[in-house]
Write a protein that binds this ligand. Structure first.
Ligand SMILES: [Ca+2]
Ligand SMILES: [Ca+2]
Length: 277
């Protein structure tokens, strides 16, 4: 019998203030740590491909690889011509790395593919919802679903999730995830067949992130882990999700003083409670 997984572990980027351009690492046993992203401009998505971590940088318009232990970034090739790259998604079966350009200077979002060796970007198609044949605006979250071979894209201005068929170009509305705190879903990531997202919102003068599971059939969400203060979560990598009971968020004030203001120590400051689901 397989041993049950009990640890929730994920990474988001980036932080704000003292953790600007940091990779924020959450582990339900060890708490929160962070590492500075060396050479980063705007870490707008990260994705794991095999044993490597790739990132997209909106400010530098480029693909890079990341050493998550040291924070060192290595840029691939030359800057692209795309001014609004903010998401990555990977089709492992066909080894295709997708991105989206949401350049605010254009009318809509364009699907892009990357050559992971040269860093060169290729235009694939403009994302148009059919019907009503409107451009899909401001896509900053993208994920590839191996269950149906479709891309899932989140528009931060509209607040909806759409499916994108990368073969036919069809774009269809899927759902509107819960938006109870007037926030945005700045990234999407499938992990073990489930869709997770960093829900980003402002409260009490700070920007917060809450990792959420999204039910694509209903749009209803389930919180995973605690809300984390001072994060602008453009990126999400999920490393481990408990199999069975989920971690119930504890009041952030119970540990943020130590975990964030005290320099993101890895002390076991996150008190946990468990509840059957
Ligand atoms: Ca993604
Ligand atoms: Ca993003």
């Amino acid at each position: 019998m397989a041993r049950a997984i009990t640890v929730l572990d994920f990474w988001v980027a980036d932080g704000n203030g003292t953790t600007e351009n940091h990779l924020i690492k959450y582990n339900s046993d060890r708490g929160i740590t962070s590492v500075q992203l060396i050479g980063s401009g705007w870490p707008s998505d990260l994705i794991r491909i095999g044993t490597d971590i790739y990132g997209i940088d909106t400010a530098f318009k480029q693909l890079y690889t990341l050493n998550p232990d040291t924070g060192q970034t290595t840029y691939l090739g030359s800057p692209t011509v795309y001014g609004g790259l903010g998401a990555l998604a990977y089709d492992a079966a066909n080894d295709i790395l997708y991105s989206v350009d949401w350049d605010p200077g254009s009318v809509g979002s364009d699907l892009i593919t990357f050559d992971r060796t040269t860093g060169a970007a290729t235009f694939e198609q403009t994302l148009i919802i059919s019907p009503p044949f409107n451009h899909l605006r401001h896509v900053r979250g993208l994920a590839y679903n191996t269950a149906d071979n479709l891309l899932y894209a989140s528009s931060v201005t509209v607040g909806n999730i759409y499916s994108v068929d990368p073969v036919t170009g069809d774009v269809n509305y899927v759902t509107t995830p819960t938006n109870d705190l007037a926030g945005i879903y700045d990234e999407l990531t499938f992990f073990n067949g489930d869709l997770y997202a960093p829900y980003s919102y402002f409260q009490s003068g700070s920007q917060w992130v809450q990792i959420r599971l999204i039910d694509l059939a209903t749009g209803l969400t389930t919180d995973y882990g605690p809300p984390i203060q001072d994060v602008s979560a453009h990126s999400l990598i999920v490393n481990s999700v408990p199999s069975g009971p989920i971690l119930i968020p504890v009041p952030a004030t119970a540990w943020l003083g130590v975990a964030l203001l005290g320099g993101l120590s890895a002390a076991g400051v996150v008190r946990k409670r468990r509840q059957a689901v």
